[in-house]
Design a protein around this ligand. Structure first.
Ligand code: DC
Length: 218
């Protein structure tokens, strides 16, 4: 079984995707973390993020996997746990540049499809329902207002020890939305067969229950 969850940054996709996967005993695949991991490796190697050929080669030669630890999922890149590193402001501002390269996306989509082939999965991202799992049993589009998404991102960054102000976080989210929606391949959009959930005024439990009710597992 495949559950696809798409939507913009800060809408609450990953929180709810992880909970649904736990509840159903499925594997959770955070595809945003995969683009983040590649961005982290490219920056560490001082690769020009506009150099599609170099990024393509890097994507082909990078192993990304996930391990589960209590209620946290760790991101492993070439054997190293980089779960914390990929959430830094530096990655936040650069990841959309990497994710916009069509040849990079082709490699990443293939990796994601390989992960989904042998398992029941909940996968979240931007292009899951359209490109990665077009035959998914359920396609959700999870969204929230820009104000609420900025508020959540600030709280998350505070927890991680990064200072941030509302104006710049909002600006960053708007920039990322624009890049995610306007790129030529794998652009974020609401599909005709997607179920839209606006989480702006819902608690995590409310979102979870609503989605589980739709999946029929309550
Ligand atoms: O969901 P996130 O914020 O961790 O995603 C990080 C970036 O990766 C975001 O700018 C969009 C991009 N992304 C993508 O292009 N395709 C996906 N399937 C998942 C994320």
């Amino acid at each position: 079984m495949q559950i696809a969850i798409d939507g913009p940054a800060g809408a609450g996709k990953s929180t709810v995707a992880r909970l649904i996967a736990d509840r159903l005993g499925f594997i959770y695949i955070d595809t945003g973390a995969m683009y983040r991991a590649l961005t982290w490796k490219a920056l560490a190697r001082k690769i020009d993020l506009q150099d599609e050929e170099k990024l393509y080669e890097l994507a082909c030669n990078t192993e990304i996997s996930f391990t589960k630890q209590a209620d946290k999922q760790n991101v492993i890149c070439d054997g190293a746990d980089i779960s914390d590193e990929i959430r830094s402001p530096l990655i936040n501002t650069n990841v959309s540049i990497v994710a916009a390269q069509p040849r990079v996306r082709i490699v990443m989509v293939k990796k994601q499809q390989d992960m989904a082939r042998m398992n029941d999965v909940v996968m979240d991202g931007r292009d899951i329902g359209e490109q990665v799992l077009p035959g998914a049993d359920f396609k959700f589009y999870v969204t929230a207002s820009i104000e609420e998404r900025a508020r959540r991102r600030i709280l998350e960054m505070k927890k991680q020890g990064f200072a941030s102000d509302e104006q710049s976080v909002r600006q960053q989210i708007e920039n990322r939305d624009r890049m995610d929606q306007e790129r030529e391949l794998g652009a974020l959009k609401i599909l005709d067969d997607a179920i839209v959930i606006d989480t702006s005024s819902l608690s995590i439990d409310e979102v979870l229950n609503r989605m589980l009710a739709i999946i029929g597992e309550m």
